[in-house]
Write a protein that binds this ligand. Sequence first.
Ligand SMILES: Cc1cc2nc3c(=O)[nH]c(=O)nc-3n(C[C@H](O)[C@H](O)[C@H](O)COP(=O)(O)O)c2cc1C
Ligand code: SF4
Ligand code: SF4
Length: 322
Amino acid sequence: MRVLLIYYSQSGNTQEIAKHIARGIKSTGAYIHVCPLKEATYEMLEDYDLIGIGSPVWKVDTPNMHKFIDDMPDQHGRQFFVFNTHGTLPHLYFPVVLPVIKSKSAVVIGYKGWYGDVAMPGMPKPYYTVGHPDEQDFAEAESFGREMAENSPKIAAGQTDLCYTDPEINDKVTEQALLASTMFANPDNPQGNFIRDPEKCHYPSCHLCMDNCTMGYIDLSQTPQVFGNRGNMCDDCHECSYCYMICPFGAIRTDPPMEEQVQRDLGVRHLNFEKMLDRDEKEGLFRRHIAAEDVGYDHPYIFWHPQRPFLKVPKPLRDEDI
Ligand SMILES: Cc1cc2nc3c(=O)[nH]c(=O)nc-3n(C[C@H](O)[C@H](O)[C@H](O)COP(=O)(O)O)c2cc1C
Ligand code: SF4
Ligand code: SF4
């Protein structure tokens, strides 16, 4: 059996989970190929029996992953499994993503999410989910990978009871849909416009933002140079700030300045997050590595990280890493 695992990851959590899922798949003797999302093509899918697809949760999925599944051609019954890593608001992802994949005549045989630490400019450091994914998460990811690889041929042979049932639309989903809709109600990026300072920029010796822009919007090789916001999804409420986070020279800023926004939000405790995590912890869905009172509301991510870059781009996962 041939399995293709496509993933997107900014700070490395989803990539680490992808690696362990892939190890679980490999342990069954199946052939597995891992592929970062930006290298994936629809033609590649044709060569595989089972496709794994995963991203972080950004309210729902990430816009690049959403575009990939939204534009995906008909899959004629090909099997898929879906995974994510997330912070405190994970419950909208599968109820939104699975129907999109299924609408392409794909069979979704399983899905699973894991907590991950959060690297966002204004979010507290340490965050509630610090320490995740941890060893237990990795063991679960391997076991999930094994299960997907073992179930796939049985499902293909007609066994009907092995596909996961659809996620329940429960109070958590409704609650998070309401929260997300208040965020989406303002179509502007709450972090403001991203601006590149040509004086500080080291292009062409550096092209990190161009190579790693979530939506592939940056092209500094063109005249005039194309950077980020141009009335596209970079401007909207996804709060992507990857170019700002990874620029080694501080050549990307926001208007209004990120430091002011972060200062403004300093000390505002996210009580909704705490309530949701308390509930998930009681239900055995969340394992805490730090107490809520130790969450770094006095230390937002970018203040905690005095050096540039704020975040390093993870080296992509390759088949030899599995
Ligand atoms: C722009 C952005 C938006 C995010 N939005 C959410 C969210 O709505 N819900 C949530 O649970 N986590 C959210 N997170 C946290 C990530 O899902 C979490 O940190 C994830 O593990 C990151 O995966 P990665 O390391 O593979 O990039 C967000 C993170 C970023 C950077
Ligand atoms: S990452 Fe920073 S220095 Fe490098 S090309 Fe982009 S803006 Fe310029
Ligand atoms: S914030 Fe930066 S990385 Fe994200 S989509 Fe916009 S230009 Fe690309």
